[in-house]
Write a protein that binds this ligand. Sequence first.
Ligand SMILES: [Zn+2]
Length: 384
Amino acid sequence: MEKCPVCDSPKFQEILSLDHQPIYQHPVVSADAIKEPYFKDLNYFFCKNCEHCFQKNPAISVLEKLYQDHYYTPRPPDIGVQFQNQFLQTLLERFKVLTPSASILEVGCSAGEMLTKINRLFPDTVLAGFEPNTQTAERASASGFLVYGQFFTNRASQTIKRKFDLIFHRHVIEHVFDFEDFFQAHQNVSHGETVLIVETPCLNWSIQHQSMAAFHIEHVHVFSIMSLKRLLEKHNWYLKAYVETSNGHLIGLFTRVNGRISVPGVGNLFQLSLWIEKNKNVLEKAVHGKKLALWGAGSGGVKVMNYFNICPDIIVDSNPDKAGKTFVGYAQLKIANADVWIEQEFKNSRSWLILVASTYFEEIQQRLGQAGWEGDILNPYSPL
Ligand SMILES: [Zn+2]
C-alpha cells in the first residue's frame, strides 16, 4: 500500500502534475557527457492527514549523481545574499541561538558562504560542514572549515566523534530520500541540548501565493508547517519556534525537549490548593502594612480576589469605561481609571503594593516604571 512519507497515511491525492520538466537545472561546462533523458514528468501528491506534499517515485539515482557532479554553482560573495542574511538575522535576533563558543555543523554547506558569515561574527566557534558536491566541498575546505565531502548519512556521520551544539541546514530536507537515515545522522552528531534549525520552502506560502517556485525535480518534498513538525517529532526533535519569511521559506527551531503538556497527578489537575497556599504567604509578606491596589478589573482580578480571599483598597483598570463600576459579590469595591489613580497617588506610590492581575503584566510594569512609580509591583499569578 502506498503511504505518505511523513505520517504513513494512505489518504493522499494528486495536487499538481508538471509535464516535461528539466532534470538539470544548473549550467554545466559541457552537456555532451550527460546522457538523456533531460526531462521528466513530475507529479506531486498532498497528504490530507499531515498536509505534506511529495513526489511518489523520485528519480533517486539521477538526483544523487546530479548532487555530486553537477551542482557546482558558487557565486561571488556579494550576489544572492539576501536569503543568507535573512537566515542569519533570524538566528541572531529571533531565535538567539548563536553564541561565541558554540560548535556548529551545517549540513549542505555549499562553498561555506554561511559558515564564513558566522565565523566573521564569532571567530571562536567550531565550524564544520557536510557537502556532497566534490568541487564545492573543496572550496569550503579551502576557507578553513572542517568539511566532509559526503552526503549527510548515518554511515558518514559515524566517523565524527564530536557532538555539535547547533546543527542547521538550509534547503536540504526537501531533497532527502531516506528520512530514517538522515535523522540517524543527526542523532550521531548531537547531544541532549543541541539546537536544530531547518530552512525549507513552505507549502502553506506556496499555495497562498500560487507560487510554483518550490516545485521542481529536486524537491522530492514540499513541507507544510504541520508536516515538518510531524516529521521531526517522529525523530524526537520538537518544534519550539518558527518563522515564515517574506519570500516563502519556513525556518524552524527544534530541540530534544518535548514541550508537550504533561498533567502532574490525577484528580487535582493543577494542584490549585497547593499553589494558593504557597502564593498566599508570598502575598502576605509583600503587603506588610501597605495598601493594596489590584490592577485589572477583569476575570484575572476577580479570580485573584477569590483565590486569595483578599479585598484590595482599590481596583484600577486601563479601560476608562470600567471606572465607577463594581463587581458582583464585591459591592463595597470601586473601580478607578488607572491613569487618574496613578496621578492621584503618585506621591504616595511607596505606600502601595500593586497586584497586576492582567496578562499584560510586562507592559503595565513597564508603563509604571516609565512613569517613575516607586511602589512594589507584583504579578500574583507568578510570584514564586
Ligand atoms: Zn502525511
